[in-house]
Every structure is written in C-alpha cells, then in structure tokens.
Design a binder for this molecule. Structure first.
Ligand code: AMP
Length: 283
C-alpha cells in the first residue's frame, strides 16, 4: 500500500510540517483543489513533483467563491477517495482546513481583484467568484508559503487572475499553469462532470469541438465575429444554454482590437441541464 500523506487540519499543524521541510532545505509545491479529485488534478500533482521536493495538496471547498444559489452544498466531497489517490500520487501533505479554520468568526478581509477578474467572462456570471478565489488562494499561499503553485489552464481566467494577484502582491512564489486534461472525446475533466446525466454527458464534448473548430477557422484567417457566431449556434443546437463563447487576448483577457494581434484564447461557458461547464483553447 502506498504511504498515506500526512493530513493537516489546523494552521499550526500545517506550519510545523512546512517548517520541518524548510529546515531541511527542501522546496515546496502547492496544488490548491476543492477535492473530488480526478486525473486532471493528479496531473498537477505529477508536475508539482517535478518542480519541488515536497508536494502539498489543499482540499477545501471554499464557501466564499459560491453564490447562495450555486452548488456549494451539493459540491462532491470524496475525502477518503481523494486521500487514496493522493497516496498513490505520493503527495506529502493534505492541507484540509474546515471553513471555521479558514474563516474564523470575525473574519473581515477580502481581496478584490481587477484586470482579468473583470473581463466580462466568468465574473459576469459569477460576480462572487474571483474575490472568493483570490481571498482563499492568497491565504493558502501565505499558509503554505510554497516556492511554486500549480493551477490548471482548464480554469483559464482563474489562472490569469491568480498570476496577476501573486505579481501585484509581491507574493514570493511562481504560479504555473498546466494544460487541460481531457476525456478521449475531448470533454475537459471536471469534478462537476459527475452531475451529468448519460444524455448530457453524450453532448458535453460539443464545447471542446466548437472550440477546436473555431480556433482552426480563426487561424486560417476567417473573420472572428462570424466564426464565434457559428460556434455559439453549434453549442445552442446541442442543447446548451450558452453563457459566453468569446475570443480574447490570452494574456490579459481584454477584448481583441484586431485579429492580427495575438496570442488569442477562446473561452466558453454553458449550461447543460443544471450543470455549468467551462472550457478554453488557445488559437
Ligand atoms: P478545482 O478542484 O476544480 O478547484 O480545481 C483545482 C485545480 O485543478 C485548478 O487549478 C483547476 O484548474 C485544476 N483542474 C481542474 N480540472 C482540470 C483538468 N481537466 N485539467 C487540468 N487541471 C484541472
């Protein structure tokens, strides 16, 4: 049986483990997650091992990034399975605070990101989201004090926002983005895929197909407006309620002034039934 990673549930316990590694001169990588781990998360853990001697995986379903009508209560929580997966992936420590540890009574501070966090993409549909993400990620960075933190490109706007926050706040670590891990049919792995019915699962890869087709057409020089309209129609035809399909500057997520300027990132969010899926692709 693989060695079980240690589990820290309080800040002092976490700091003791981290301090021991630092005293031994070891480097530390952090992989922040909300649990319900899948192969995409484990790809981050694998990359973390290449970049540091110790790997901390945080598991925390962060209440401050969910709006009251969103799925905080029903978000999948699979701690025992996550622990086994992290043992097999040779993570050194699971940082699993309760909400009361992360946000003790009287907690009164929130980070308010701008720039990519106000791009009119996820922020338009989830106005709570990036403030909650930045607040918890800043706390995780300060709690763990890693040399490197790994995030998935799957949540591309989040990666841009967190990278900017680390830069703006002079946080002494490197934020690294890891390519999206997909199912064979192209669907991006996500903890929320567990919500999909068989019928919804069958049409879910439409999002990636539309991204791929759109990226190829834009690369060939077709007008971006027309390409996106076709992509939007394809996604709607498949039965999704589309939130957005947009082409943006990959680095800032600002709207494009001209198709000549790059690099371009396509980003999509859409609901199938009750499940909201997001994806993105570089052109
Ligand atoms: P989550 O648990 O959904 O908050 O995700 C934790 C981290 O895993 C985030 O940095 C995500 O971007 C990343 N992640 C989620 N799904 C994937 C995937 N399919 N491929 C790569 N990274 C992913």
């Amino acid at each position: 049986m693989a060695k079980q990673p240690a589990i820290a549930r309080t800040v002092p316990a976490l700091r003791r483990a981290i301090a021991a590694w630092r005293q031994a001169g070891e480097t530390i990588a952090l992989v922040p997650t909300m649990g319900a781990l899948h192969v995409g998360h484990l790809a981050l853990v694998r990359e973390a091992h290449k970049r540091a001697q110790r790997v901390v995986v945080s598991i925390f379903v962060n209440p401050t990034q969910f709006a009251p009508h969103e799925d905080f209560g029903s978000y999948p929580r699979t701690f025992e399975a996550d622990r086994s997966a992290l043992a097999a992936a040779k993570a050194d420590l699971i940082w699993a605070p309760t909400a009361a540890v992360m946000y003790p009574q009287g907690f009164a501070t929130r980070i308010a990101p701008e720039g990519a966090a106000l791009a009119g993409l996820e922020d338009k549909f989830r106005p709570h989201f990036f403030g909650g993400v930045c607040t918890v990620v800043a706390k995780l960075f300060l709690q763990v004090a890693p040399d490197v933190a790994l995030f998935g490109q799957k949540d591309y706007q989040q990666l841009c926002v967190v990278t900017q926050m680390a830069k703006d706040l002079d946080l002494p670590l490197k934020v690294v983005g890891i390519p999206t891990v997909r199912e064979k049919d192209g669907l991006a792995l996500s903890s929320r895929n567990a919500y999909l019915s068989a019928e919804e699962r069958a049409v879910a890869p439409t999002l990636y197909r539309a991204l791929k087709t759109s990226a190829a057409r834009i690369k060939k020089g077709e007008p971006i407006g027309r390409v996106l309209d076709d992509g939007r129609a394809e996604i709607a035809m498949a039965g999704f309620a589309l939130d957005y399909l947009e082409a943006r500057y990959a680095l800032t997520l600002a709207p494009l002034a001209s198709s000549q300027d790059g690099p371009i990132r396509l980003l999509v969010a859409a609901k199938i039934g009750k499940t909201r899926l997001i994806d993105n692709l570089g052109v």
